[in-house]
Design a protein around this ligand. Structure first.
Ligand SMILES: Nc1ncnc2c1ncn2[C@@H]1O[C@H](COP(=O)(O)OP(=O)(O)OP(=O)(O)O)[C@@H](O)[C@H]1O
Length: 258
């Protein structure tokens, strides 16, 4: 039996008169890449926002690493073990790449505020270890040489990779990537795909929203298709691509998958 990392069931969310999500559920096993696709407005970001504590759902049950978790606050979700990136990059623009990753790592640090204020010995040792780990992560995502560059000076593709390094710094059970390929050119997409592959091969579990159907179908182990807040298909990329409802709602509209 494969180990289940995330199990979400029966998620519904209404905004006024709009049913943004109706009874959506997914199960993701360890070391897999799980894709969430669907046309604009299908509810993908809303689902992400629910599982990461930004939106309170009207209903739903949530389990992470075999234990129930309540996605009621973003920091609680981070502590529980879900790290995410955003569709619109959210980095500390004036901080260096290294510092951005160090911020992510602090979620797991021990010394706390007192240590930071008084710069105790244990704080300094921990800070050094955090900086070393942050550098390793920058190297891992391929931007190690930009450690001392301000985040805002990095190229778009490199900023996205920095966001991934920062997410990895929290040592998450699940990493949730919101449109990681958005705005990337073809070469950057190839590099991104290799990176996500490597992250999976290193045993991490990934949930991905992505518009690039080719990328999703080539990379994901399983896929859920949302349309008007409803889950119209779930399965392997091969199954989903053959599904009539999916072809009609999404793939048919000039999105022929390869
Ligand atoms: N905070 C909100 N208040 C009201 N309506 C919202 C809110 N957030 C999302 N919606 C609506 O919910 C529906 C689903 O939106 P959502 O952003 O989740 O779709 P999506 O699949 O992520 O789309 P896209 O691919 O364009 O990012 C849309 O009709 C959207 O207008």
């Amino acid at each position: 039996m494969s180990e289940v990392v995330l199990k979400v069931a029966g998620v519904s969310k209404r905004f006024g008169g709009l049913q943004a999500l109706s009874d959506v559920g997914i199960t993701i096993t360890k070391g897999r890449v799980y894709g969430l696709i669907g046309p604009n407005g299908a509810g993908k970001t809303t689902f992400f926002n629910v599982i990461t504590g930004l939106y309170t759902p009207d209903s739903g049950s949530f389990e992470l690493g075999g234990a129930p978790y309540k996605p009621t606050a973003v920091h609680e979700v981070a502590k529980a073990g879900i790290a995410r990136t955003f569709q619109n990059i959210r980095l500390f623009a004036e901080m260096t790449a290294l510092e951005n990753v160090m911020v992510g790592r602090h979620v797991r640090s021990q010394s706390g505020l007192v240590g930071a204020v008084f710069r105790t010995g244990s704080f300094k040792a921990e800070e050094k270890a955090i900086a070393e780990r942050a550098q390793e992560l920058l190297d891992y995502v391929g931007i190690g040489k930009y450690a001392e560059f301000k985040a805002r000076t990095l190229s778009y593709g490199d900023q996205r990779r920095l966001e991934i390094a920062r997410a990895l710094a929290t040592d998450p059970k699940l990493i949730a990537l919101d449109e990681p390929a958005a705005g990337m050119n073809a070469t950057e997409k190839v590099v991104l795909r290799e990176l996500i592959d490597r992250i999976r091969n290193d045993g991490r579990t990934i949930l991905l929203i992505e518009h690039d159907v080719k990328l999703v179908m080539g990379l994901c182990d399983r896929v859920t298709v949302l349309d008007y807040g409803k889950q119209i298909a779930e399965g392997t990329p091969g199954d989903v691509q053959k599904n009539e409802k999916v072809i009609e709602a999404y793939l048919g509209a000039g999105h022929k998958a390869h």
